[in-house]
Structures are given as structure tokens and as C-alpha cells.
Design a protein around this ligand. Structure first.
Ligand SMILES: Cc1cc2nc3c(=O)[nH]c(=O)nc-3n(C[C@H](O)[C@H](O)[C@H](O)COP(=O)(O)OP(=O)(O)OC[C@H]3O[C@@H](n4cnc5c(N)ncnc54)[C@H](O)[C@@H]3O)c2cc1C
Length: 703
């Protein structure tokens, strides 16, 4: 980096140098991208930086933070304010107690370990937590650039690729305004929330109306005379509102404080240990695995563990202040119950605060000198930053991002670069999504996922299945799926418990994406049903397979097993409409008995309605299709023909005898009343004549 006379000049990399942090070794050229860029360096990405160093030390990563350092909610670093969680829920302890970045390690490094133990508290002050975060960040100076604001994230196609495999991150140096570009295979966005303050036509944009996120720097600056007789407003009923009201009462002894709350009064946070079990890792995982309707209900039920509620002890503190005022005969806190602040307008040097009565009473106007909006944050992707990426991201019917258990946002197939979010999917992960409790686990999940997707980190030496076994002719692959449509449907829940069901499926070639769609049905009581609700799924089609004896061949080979199987990866969706289910039933009949005049269901058959109440339909939008055809590719033409004939033979008479044995029936030749092909039909397999057809097909495949 070069620095002349204190001025910031571009470095050799074309990046602005100076105090921002190291110029990245990689990432400025799309041909040499970073593995990971983290947006923001608050607690979420600090936890990620630790997890990355401990679990994935080799990868190249860079975090970009627009501030000049780690500043954790600086507007609310009120003296004496305490964390809402135990110091043991630091950035790493719950994942790795031996980490050098635990809160206890920090205390030891600062020489305060014994003193902290001596004061006997479990919840440090916010000031101390901020100091802890800064101390951790100091260890990661080589992977973070400060005063670096990400202004856009856009998918691009890297050199030699056909997919959108990189994310182009445009950055602005906040000190100089200099823009620069970086490229990464993955981006983890942990940019926090956006202060909720209402549009300027409703809530006037003046220095006297301050969001709580800017309380400490802005409020004393706007109201420097602490002895003035002011009317100060606070809008909100959460922890920040209570803390700000108490701060005003303490620091502005002659001020009247108007607290505008939507309910009857401030309420206590429900943080009893039973309720707090929601923050156990396994319970958060169970929440994610639950169906969306139940998740929404639970979120509503648990809302007051974080929103619109104040820590019970703090309510007492605030009330003690107001009682002392009563004793002095100078009540100063005015609680405006049951109201919404709908408008704030300037009136000379003062403010008119228009209040709507939620219980139906008349609107009122309160006059204030200053108002603090303790109205919380919204958690949305900034449209200005993500305009180029957002159209490729998948969302549910309510507009919420669809995310994997590992925080990766589901995206269009054209996007192979990874986009992960921390704190933007409370609907999927629960109340803990925007809080600190789950950071150690969440960061591990993200790192594990990044590693699992990196080809060079996969354990096998070469690609699997080996390229020469991968069938390139998709017609053949589909033929196996259609002829051998009794498939294995595999799902995994959040605890990696695998559920498997064997069902016949219909292949709908022309529906869905490039590879088509599978449809089928399950018994409603099958526990796997819940795992097919808008979830990833794997389906395996087992085509013909057979033992190949060396005796069959004209060459000296070890025995082996030839087989054709197809692996499908996709996303499952459930349905239960009569028409859709009828399409499944009819499709199965038509696929099994394609000949004209074969059995077909009558839509008005009453028995169908009885059946419908017991089953649920599902479809799989196929994202990936792999035919693994291991067909003696290592042999010469003659020997492959022998192998093919042997497989075809194995599919014939011997199997028929075996099936008869398993059914505990006499061999078919001894049962003169058996019609031709009845055995195949009973098994739901292809019609009579199949053996010959398969022999032909096997012959073609090996040629
Ligand atoms: C006053 C207050 C107290 C809280 N106390 C607790 C508590 O005790 N316990 C608890 O569990 N939770 C608490 N929370 C919840 C809080 O959300 C989490 O503590 C935590 O801040 C979440 O961390 P984060 O890294 O996801 O987001 P943040 O802490 O908000 O950090 C986001 C970072 O990203 C940076 N950034 C944003 N956009 C960009 C961009 N485009 N380019 C570069 N950088 C960017 C920001 O500057 C910021 O540093 C509290 C919240 C508040 C407001």
C-alpha cells in the first residue's frame, strides 16, 4: 500500500489504501476470486470469522465493514445497560469452549477474569460486550476492511464458466468515496437491520426526531442543556424505549418525558428458562423443520420474548425513578397508553406529535421539543444493494426469502455462486435469527456448507460417479426412470435423520424445468410427508442390475456388478387437490399399461374419493439428473455384448422364478390358469414382452 503525505491513494491492486485494512491478496480479478466475502463485521460475521479460522483455515475470505471499526449499536451503549444474555453465549463458547476467542479468554487477556467472577453477574454490560467484540476483531485485522461500504452485489459469470458462479461486490471507501470491485464465489450478508422510522411525509426529518440507533451521538448534541425544562417524547414499548426514557429522566432532571406505547402499559419480557429453551440449537433446528403455518403460530406466541417487552428488572428500575418523582411531588413520566404515533410535524422549534387512540377515542396532539423513535428495525435486503441479485432469489408466497438450514438462500439454477444471510429470515429460523444466542452454531453451519460445496474439499480423489459411468444421453436416463418407475424417495430432517419411502412415480417430461417433474403420492400418515413440504429431496430410480460372472466373458476379469440407476435431486412440493391426485393415479396406470384399451381409472369412481382422504400428492421439480450406468465400459465390444446379453437373461426367466418363490407360489409353468404377462403386471412393471424389449435396450446401451 502506498500513502503519500497522509492522502489515500490507490494501491497496487487498484484498491484504496490507508487505514481501511489490508488490500486483499485475491478477489480483485474475476479469474482469482475470493472464496467468501462477508458484508458487515458485527457479531454475526465476527462469529463467522472465528468459525472460518477454526474450521476452514485454508480458504480466502474478506469481511467488509462500513464503519471505522466494530461498533455494536453505539447509539444505545448506555452506561450500565446490560446484555440480555449470559456471557457464555459469546461468539464461540457454545460451539468450541477451547477457542481463544471466548468471553472468558477476553477477560483473562484484559486481566479482569477474577474481578468479573467476583462481581457475580452473568450478563455483562453492553459496554463490556462491545469491548469484547473489538478485542476479537483485533485478531482478525488481516481479513477485514473497515470504512468499506458494499454498494451492490451482482451475479456474474466467471472466466471459463457458463453459470453465474461469482458475485461481483462493488465497494465504496466511505472516507474517500473511491469505488472498487471484488469478486467472490460466496457472499454472507450480515448487515443488520434498517432503523424503522416512517416516511418523511409522516415523520418529519429534522434533528429533533432521532431514531434510537443514533440516540447517544445525536440526542445530547441536539439537547446540550441538561437543565432545560423540555418535553421529550419516546415512541415504543421495547427495551430501548424503556432505557431511553430512564436515561432522559436521569440526565434531564427538569424534563417531562412522554412515553407513547401501543398497549395499556410497558410489559415484561418473557425470558423464563422454559421459554428460553427456544434458543437451544436443537429447538431452533426443530423450528426450521416445522411447517410454515406452525412456525408462524409459534413466532406469534413467542413474540414477547424479544419484541414490545422490557426486561422485568428494568421495569422496576424505571418505576422506582417515577415513584421517587411522586414522592418529591414532581411526576415527570407521562405514559400515553394505547396509542399510535401517526405523524410528527415541525411547529417552529417544537414538534407536534399526532396520536391516534387505538381504543377508538379522538386523535390527540402532544407538543414535544424532541422525540426519540424506539421503533425497532426492519430486516430486508436493501433493494439498492441487491437489485441485480434479488430477481434470482427464491421467496415464499409472502415474500420471505427461502433459505436452507445452512442459511443459503435458495436461488434460480443459473446462480451457482452462494448467497447466505444472517438475520434476514426470522420466519424460517425463529426469534433467535436476529439475536446472539445461536451465532456459534449458525456460523459453523455456514462454514460446513461452504466446505461441502467446494469440490477440492470433497473427500474423494476424483469426481463421483466417475465420468465414464455417467450416461450423457438423457433419453436413456429418462427411459430408465419411466420403465423402472418404482423409486426410492429420500429426505433428511434437520438432525440428519433420513426418511425413505418406496413409491411408483410418474415422469412428466414437459412440466417444470429442463428435466421435467416427478409426481407421486404417499400415505398421509407417512412421517416423510412433512419433509416433502417445499424441501429438497433425492429420488433414486433403480434400473436393471445384475451380477456379471467371469464365466460369461471371453476375457479374464474379476466378477463385477452391472447396473443402471438414476439419481434425481430436486425440490418437493405437496398437493392434495382431487384433479392433481387423479393425474397421479392416471399417470401411473398409463405409464404401467401404455397399450390402448388397457385399464384406466374412471374419474367418477366413488372409491377414488375414499382413497383421496388417505393420501397426499407430491411433485418434485427436478434440478439435477444423473444416470449412473455401470455397463462394463472397460470391456471390448464383444465382451460388452456378452455382458449385455447376460444382464438381459438375468432379467428374464430366473427372475420370474424368484418372484414366484417369494410369493410362495408354484412355478408359473405349473399354473396353467396364469395368463401371459400376469406376473409383470402384478408387480407394476412393464407389460408382457418386456424381457425382449429390455434385452434389446440393454444391447443398444452397451453398443
Ligand atoms: C440496543 C440493542 C441491544 C441488543 N442487545 C442484545 C442482547 O443483549 N442479546 C441479543 O441476543 N441480541 C441483542 N440485540 C439484537 C442484535 O441484533 C444483535 O445483538 C446483533 O447486533 C446482531 O448482529 P449482526 O452482526 O447480525 O448485526 P449488526 O450488529 O447490526 O451488525 C451489522 C454490521 O453490518 C454493517 N453493514 C451494514 N450494511 C453494510 C454494507 N452495505 N456494507 C458494509 N457494512 C455494512 C453495519 O455497519 C454493522 O456493523 C440488541 C440489539 C440492539 C439494537
Amino acid at each position: 500500500m502506498s500513502k503519500k503525505g497522509g492522502a489515500v491513494t490507490p494501491s497496487a491492486h487498484g484498491l484504496p489504501s490507508g487505514q481501511a485494512g489490508p488490500a486483499p491478496r485475491r478477489g480483485t480479478d474475476p479469474a482469482d476470486p475470493l472464496d467468501l466475502i462477508g458484508i458487515g463485521f458485527g457479531p454475526s460475521n465476527l462469529a463467522l470469522a472465528i468459525a472460518a479460522e477454526e474450521l476452514d483455515p485454508g480458504a480466502d475470505r474478506l469481511f467488509l465493514e462500513r464503519n471505522t471499526g466494530v461498533h455494536w449499536h453505539p447509539g444505545m451503549l448506555l452506561e450500565g445497560a446490560r446484555m440480555q444474555i449470559s456471557y457464555l453465549k459469546d461468539l464461540v463458547s457454545l460451539r468450541n469452549l477451547a477457542s481463544p476467542y471466548t468471553f472468558l479468554s477476553y477477560l483473562k487477556a484484559k486481566g479482569r477474569l477474577e474481578k468479573f467472577v467476583n462481581i457475580g453477574v452473568t450478563r455483562p454490560t453492553r459496554l463490556e460486550y462491545q469491548d469484547y467484540l473489538s478485542w476479537v476483531a483485533g485478531h482478525f485485522a488481516d481479513v477485514v476492511r473497515y470504512r468499506s461500504e458494499v454498494v451492490s452485489v451482482t451475479p456474474v459469470t466467471g472466466p471459463g464458466s457458463t453459470a453465474l458462479d461469482l458475485l461481483h461486490v462493488r465497494v465504496r471507501d466511505t472516507a474517500t468515496g473511491t469505488p472498487y470491485s471484488l469478486y467472490a464465489r460466496n457472499v454472507v450478508h450480515a448487515g443488520g437491520g434498517t432503523p424503522r422510522r416512517g416516511t418523511p411525509d409522516r415523520i418529519c426529518d429534522t434533528p429533533s426526531v432521532i431514531h434510537s440507533s443514533r440516540f447517544l451521538p445525536a440526542f445530547p448534541h441536539r439537547f446540550p442543556d441538561h437543565d432545560a425544562a423540555l418535553d421529550l417524547g419516546v415512541v415504543g414499548d421495547g427495551q430501548s424505549a424503556a432505557e431511553i426514557a430512564a436515561h432522559m429522566l436521569t440526565h434531564y432532571p427538569n424534563a417531562k418525558v412522554h412515553l407513547f406505547v401501543p398497549g395499556y402499559a410497558l410489559r415484561a419480557t418473557d425470558n423464563n428458562p422454559f421459554v428460553n429453551e427456544q434458543f437451544y440449537r436443537q429447538n431452533a433446528d426443530a423450528f426450521y423443520a416445522d411447517d410454515p403455518h406452525r412456525r408462524a403460530l409459534l413466532r406469534t406466541e413467542l413474540r414477547n420474548t424479544n419484541y414490545g417487552a422490557v426486561e422485568a428488572g428494568y421495569l422496576d428500575t424505571l418505576y422506582d425513578i417515577t415513584y421517587a418523582d411522586e414522592v418529591r411531588g414532581e411526576p415527570r413520566l407521562v405514559v400515553h397508553r394505547g396509542c399510535d404515533v401517526t405523524r410528527i410535524t415541525e411547529d417552529g422549534p417544537r414538534l407536534n406529535v399526532l396520536v391516534r387512540d387505538r381504543t377508538g377515542g379522538p386523535d390527540r396532539t402532544a407538543i414535544c421539543d424532541g422525540v426519540v423513535l424506539a421503533t425497532g428495525y426492519t430486516r430486508e435486503l436493501d433493494p439498492a444493494v441487491f437489485a441485480g441479485l434479488d430477481p434470482l432469489l427464491r421467496r415464499d408466497d409472502f415474500g420471505a426469502l427461502l433459505v436452507s438450514a445452512d442459511c443459503r438462500v435458495d436461488a434460480d439454477e443459473s446462480l451457482t455462486a452462494g448467497f447466505y444471510v444472517q438475520g434476514y429470515a426470522e420466519g424460517a429460523y425463529g426469534i433467535g435469527d436476529t439475536l446472539l444466542s445461536l451465532l456459534p452454531f449458525r456460523s459453523q453451519r455456514i462454514i460446513d456448507d461452504l466446505r461441502a460445496r467446494r469440490p477440492e474439499d470433497r473427500p474423494s480423489a476424483g469426481p463421483y460417479p466417475p465420468d465414464h459411468y455417467v450416461e450423457k444421453d438423457l433419453e436413456r436416463v429418462r427411459a430408465v426412470m419411466e420403465r423402472f418407475n418404482f423409486a426410492t424417495v429420500i429426505s433428511a430432517d434437520r438432525d440428519a435423520r433420513v426418511l425413505v419411502t418406496h413409491v411408483p412415480l410418474v415422469v412428466e417430461r414437459d412440466r417444470g424445468g429442463e428435466h421435467g417433474t416427478l409426481i407421486g403420492h404417499l400415505d398421509r400418515s407417512n412421517p416423510q410427508v412433512e419433509l416433502l413440504r417445499d424441501r429438497p429431496v433425492t429420488v433414486v430410480f433403480h434400473g436393471p442390475n445384475s451380477y456379471l460372472s467371469p464365466d460369461v466373458l471371453k476375457t479374464d476379469k474379476l466378477p463385477t456388478w452391472n447396473s443402471m440407476s438414476v439419481h434425481v435431486h430436486g425440490r418437493a412440493r405437496l398437493f392434495s387437490g382431487r384433479d392433481e391426485l387423479l393425474r397421479v393415479f392416471n399417470g401411473l396406470c398409463e405409464q404401467a399399461e401404455p397399450r390402448p384399451g388397457s385399464y384406466r381409472l374412471r374419474p367418477d369412481d366413488e372409491r377414488i374419493d375414499q382413497l383421496l382422504s388417505h393420501v397426499v400428492g407430491f411433485e418434485v421439480d427436478i434440478h439435477e439428473l444423473t444416470g449412473r450406468f455401470k455397463l462394463s465400459q472397460d470391456l471390448d465390444e464383444d465382451n460388452r455384448a456378452l455382458a449385455a446379453a447376460d444382464m438381459a437373461r438375468d432379467l428374464g426367466e430366473e427372475r420370474r422364478t424368484f418372484v414366484a418363490d417369494v410369493f410362495d407360489l408354484a412355478p408359473r409353468s405349473a399354473r396353467p390358469d396364469d395368463g401371459p404377462g400376469s406376473c409383470g403386471c402384478t408387480l407394476g412393471g412393464p407389460p408382457a414382452g418386456t424381457d425382449a424389449a429390455l434385452a434389446r435396450e440393454a444391447g443398444q446401451t452397451v453398443r
